[in-house]
Design a protein around this ligand. Structure first.
Ligand code: ASC
Length: 150
């Protein structure tokens, strides 16, 4: 039993330690993956954003459901920024790969803000949601300004 546990723990460690590149067969698969994750994230963030902006009526349950999905999606795209994916069908700037620590920090910031929005949305308090949508949107924009070609 103990040996099984040791083996399982070692395997779990190996899986998390796998280089991100190994998760995609081809560079274009990584590009497609990250774009898809951003698309789904933006769709659900946008639904909360529309309520925060008063463009659609506030519905606390819908805001919470959408923020939950957006926060989950926010964890995903970064694994798709593998080496060798700075060209092709992408607007990603080469700075992502030459300035990786800063890009990773910006990616973390967006995940953190999206997680805070999720907490705010669960509170059902529209003022809190508005503030969190603003902070999250700023983190999206900061990354686009620095790392996305127009
Ligand atoms: C969105 C969306 C983005 C961000 C960005 C914030 O709703 O799709 O990319 O907010 O526009 O400035």
């Amino acid at each position: 039993m103990k040996r099984l546990l040791v083996a399982a723990t070692a395997l779990a460690g190996l899986i998390t330690a796998l280089p991100a590149a190994a998760q995609f067969q081809k560079p274009e698969d990584a590009v497609k993956y990250r774009k898809a994750a951003f698309t789904v994230m933006a769709a659900h963030f946008g639904r909360v954003g529309a309520m925060a902006a008063g463009r659609v009526p506030f519905d606390a349950a819908a805001a919470a459901a959408n923020a939950e999905i957006a926060a989950s999606m926010a964890k995903l795209p970064w694994a798709g920024f593998t080496d060798g994916t700075s060209s092709g069908d992408t607007r990603a700037k080469p700075e992502i790969w030459t300035d990786r620590a800063k890009f990773d920090a910006a990616a973390s910031k967006t995940q953190d803000e999206m997680a805070k929005l999720n907490v705010a949305a669960k509170s059902g308090n529209l003022d809190q949601i508005k503030a969190a949508v603003g902070a999250t949107g700023q983190s999206c924009k900061a990354c686009h300004d620095a790392y996305r070609k127009e």
